[in-house]
Design a protein around this ligand. Structure first.
Ligand code: GRF
Length: 204
């Protein structure tokens, strides 16, 4: 299965997934292209270090819809096709157009640093601290046009400890992200995820 990864930043989730593909923990899958909307994203260097093609695609003055079409073209040109490939959002800070999401429907995953539906959107860890929750974590979900709202594949929790700040909670959650995302990708690649309405059946 050909995979395309969309990134904007550090690339630690990308690295975790590439590592599992390289060591054979995920088999039958290859990351064909990593695309960033930000040319300075460290994630592009992560891709290159792993011998994966890295592409910067800046939105500039393009509308969301036009940018979605450019992303889609770049993915297809690199072998990631609707209906057969897999698109992973790994810290991608742009909202995808409805057209893009519909083209790759059921084949786009995202990871979010909270237990959804709590704390969608940006700075989820900071939202969790401000709210005073005692447990947070991460969610891997299918992408639908509404932000952070798609069917949930898996979630992993962490405690929120007294004295936590955004940085300490983020790093505790990130360790779980690096377990959750490769696991979800493996399940998808093995055909073990089935979307039934809002629910994802795992292992079928
Ligand atoms: C992660 O916290 C992820 O949950 C969120 O963006 C961050 C990306 O981190 N969507 P990295 O670029 O994978 O290191």
């Amino acid at each position: 299965m050909n995979i395309g990864v969309l990134v904007s930043g550090r690339g630690s989730n990308l690295a975790a997934i590439l590592k599992d593909i390289e060591r054979g923990a995920i088999s039958g899958a290859e990351v064909k292209i990593v695309i960033s909307n930000d040319p300075s994203a460290k994630a592009l260097r992560v891709a290159e270090r792993h011998g994966v093609k890295a592409l910067a695609l800046v939105q500039g003055t393009s509308t969301r819809q036009a940018y979605g079409e450019r992303l889609s073209r770049a993915l297809v040109q690199n072998g990631v096709r609707p209906g057969e490939g897999l698109v992973l959002l790994a810290g991608f800070m742009k909202i995808l157009s409805r057209g893009f999401v519909e083209r790759f429907a059921g084949r786009i995953l995202n990871i979010h640093p909270s237990i959804l539906p709590a704390f969608p959107g940006v700075r989820a860890q900071e939202q969790a601290i401000s709210y005073g929750v005692k447990v947070s974590g991460c969610t891997v979900h299918f992408v639908v046009p509404e932000v952070d709202a798609g069917p949930i594949v898996l979630q992993r929790t962490v405690p929120v400890k007294d004295g936590d700040d955004e940085a300490t909670l983020s790093s505790r959650i990130l360790r779980q992200e690096h377990i959750a995302y490769p696991r979800a990708v493996k399940l998808f690649v093995e055909g073990k995820l089935k979307i039934e309405g809002r629910t994802v059946r795992v292992g079928v």
